[in-house]
Design a protein around this ligand. Structure first.
Ligand SMILES: O=C(O)CCC(=O)C(=O)O
Ligand SMILES: [Fe+2]
Length: 259
């Protein structure tokens, strides 16, 4: 079974980003991406925002949108019709705190030689930058557009990362486990396979890497690897509050953001 060349978090650099895209290292951490004041104002703005929720096994509250909600029984046009309202809800949070999306794109562009921006489709730009309340944890799943989003332009990417900025972290738990096990489901025509609550047998024996949510830090990992988040605890009011998106690598090396 394939392994990472080391099992540690790397700082952001062109080489580390390339290695993460190739699934050679488990994670990149950008420490102190946001200040304590920025995190506090962002968390407060989130709590006052337009919160929706999706029912995978454990409920996850969010602001913005997730393509997951449009994966089965909906048309691709429904996804793009929902993008403007999702951005409006996201921007309402940014207006009361700061804009981590622009900062993230600028930070990544500082090390990457090819263009970086929002993914585009025949119906317009994708949404990116989902704001989440993930205190309850997230079940074993994988995120890889060629399988999750057949028929969308992003299905042509050759590698996919996920980044998250944590603005609040629980005292205990809230640990992400990444399994070195690139998701390779059997595809039947153009129906996306189930991607949440994946069977444990799929990751049995694979190397794993755990990372902690730390307020102010961004962590990036290769989201085609199956991954899961343990529930947060610690008995105080702190939750696991975060914003992030996917980053796809196109064949021309451009990086495109989407949710
Ligand atoms: O919150 C995390 O650490 C990872 C969340 C996740 O599943 C993702 O961003 O794809
Ligand atoms: Fe994920």
């Amino acid at each position: 079974m394939a392994t990472w060349r080391d099992k540690r978090e790397h700082p952001l650099s062109r080489d580390a980003l390339r290695a993460l895209l190739e699934n050679e290292i488990p994670a990149i951490r950008i420490r102190d991406f946001a200040t304590a004041d920025e995190c506090a104002s962002f968390a407060a703005a989130m709590r006052g925002g337009n919160i929706r929720s999706y029912g995978v096994d454990r409920e996850i509250g969010y602001i913005g949108m997730a393509q997951y909600e449009f994966r089965w029984g909906k048309d691709k046009r429904d996804y793009f019709a929902a993008v403007p309202k999702a951005f409006a809800d996201q921007r309402a949070v940014f207006a009361r705190s700061f804009d981590p999306m622009t900062r993230f794109i600028d930070t990544l562009q500082g090390v990457w030689p090819a263009p970086i921006g929002l993914a585009q489709d025949e119906y317009g730009p994708y949404f990116a930058g989902i704001i989440r309340f993930a205190t309850g944890g997230i079940d074993l799943h994988a995120d890889y557009a060629p399988f999750n989003m057949p028929g969308y332009a992003v299905a042509d990417i050759t590698s996919q990362l996920a980044w998250n900025l944590f603005v609040e972290a629980p005292a205990t738990g809230g640990v992400t486990t990444v399994h070195h096990s690139p998701w390779t489901p059997a595809m039947r025509d153009d129906t996306p396979p189930k991607s949440y609550g994946l069977p444990r047998e799929d990751v049995a024996g694979a190397e794993t890497f755990d990372y902690c949510a730390v307020a102010g830090d961004v962590v990036i990992f290769n989201s085609r690897n199956q991954h899961e988040v343990s529930p947060g605890g610690g008995g105080d009011a702190r939750g696991r509050l975060q914003i992030g998106s996917f980053v796809g690598r196109q064949r021309d090396d451009a990086l495109v953001l989407f949710a």
